[in-house]
Design a protein around this ligand. Structure first.
Ligand code: ZN
Length: 125
């Protein structure tokens, strides 16, 4: 891959297979996920794919009590998870009771299959 672009399609294909992929900027070393076109830190476009462990911890979360139309059954939680590699990512919380959810809780990436798409989920580590 010479132009350094790691597509969102590739990101979600990998996620579906249970692999979380980030990108590291060849200019400044910043790590980003999901893929962006330009590095938000140095504005370069020299991304290199990096495999992420998927292990992280909850930084913050929001409990959704009224589901969007056609969406998942409420209540459910959406959390910002800081991965051990240092990047943060938003995902659905699965298999963790809402009353047990707290900041600092260790979680692990888990792909969630929706009808046509793969969603980012986090379950117990
Ligand atoms: Zn950069």
């Amino acid at each position: 891959m010479t132009d350094g672009v790691v597509s969102l399609k590739h990101f979600f294909e990998e996620a579906r297979a249970g692999r979380l992929t980030g990108i590291r900027c060849g200019g400044c070393g910043a790590l980003a996920i999901p893929p962006k076109e330009f590095c938000p830190t140095c504005q370069q476009r020299q991304w290199q794919p990096v495999s992420l462990s998927g292990d992280g911890m909850v930084v913050s979360f929001t409990v959704i009590r009224i589901a969007p139309r056609g969406g998942p059954e409420a209540p459910y939680a959406v959390a910002v998870v800081k991965l051990e590699e240092g990047v943060s990512l938003l995902g659905r919380v699965v298999d963790i009771p809402i009353e047990h959810l707290r900041t600092g809780l260790p979680v692990k990436f888990r792909p969630m299959m929706a009808a046509e798409q793969t969603l980012i989920g986090f379950g117990p580590s």
